[in-house]
Design a protein around this ligand. Structure first.
Ligand code: GRF
Length: 207
């Protein structure tokens, strides 16, 4: 399989972060390759975006639960990722919480992007939470995934202003643009071995 750093990307939505990562790889900004893209949503744009780039892309039925994978699905996701020997799992808008066996199988090797400056506004629709709370600055956070929700060690953050006339959609759009800058930079730092983790602190050359 060669010795390139291999990414497994998981997403449930349109895949704009995946596209930013794939474009950064193509531009030589991340020393890695996307080995596989998996989705729990059959019609997810991320699968189409991956197929267009000739990257293996598969829908895996998530099973009977709404916010997590059932046992069969969990095993299918783990198996697919191990089969292609991924070094890092990149969650790019994956809308299910990963638990137990999945976290153990890839311990310390799963990252996520969240549309707020954590620890503010974990959970769903973080841009709307920020708007409702009235903060003047929000942004996005790339973090390692642990057993909690949006609670793992923080790798990088990028701030985004909240403007007076913002609607939730406008703010989410501005945050997404920041995500597309931040996520590739964080993945590049990991792929280059430039960071280390000491407790909750991620040290080294990172955004
Ligand atoms: C992003 O806003 C990300 O922060 C959140 O889900 C969204 C994914 O968007 N976790 P996309 O599918 O990458 O366009």
């Amino acid at each position: 399989m060669g010795n390139k750093f291999r990414l497994g990307v998981l997403g449930s939505g349109k895949g704009s972060n995946f596209v930013a990562i794939a474009d950064a790889i193509a531009a030589g900004k991340i020393p890695a390759e996307v080995a596989i893209v998996l989705s729990d949503v059959e019609s997810a744009g991320i699968l189409t975006r991956a197929s267009e780039r000739k990257i293996p892309a598969h829908f895996i039925p998530p099973g009977k639960f709404r916010t997590k994978l059932d046992e069969d699905a969990k095993r299918a996701f783990i198996g697919a990722l191990q089969m292609v020997q991924v070094d890092l799992i990149v969650l790019a808008g994956f809308m299910r919480v990963l638990k137990g066996e999945f976290l153990r199988a890839f311990e310390g090797r799963i990252v996520n992007i969240h549309p707020s400056l954590l620890p503010s506004f974990p959970g769903l629709e973080a841009w709307k939470q920020a708007l409702d709370h009235g903060v003047k600055l929000t942004g996005c956070t790339v973090h390692f995934v642990d057993a909690g929700v949006d609670s793992g060690a923080i790798i990088g953050q990028q701030a985004v202003p909240v403007l007076d006339h913002d609607t939730p959609e406008m703010l989410h759009h501005r945050i997404r643009a920041a995500e597309h800058e931040l996520y590739p930079k964080c993945i590049a730092a990991i792929a280059r071995g430039e960071i280390s983790v000491v407790g909750r602190r991620v040290l080294g050359k990172k955004p």
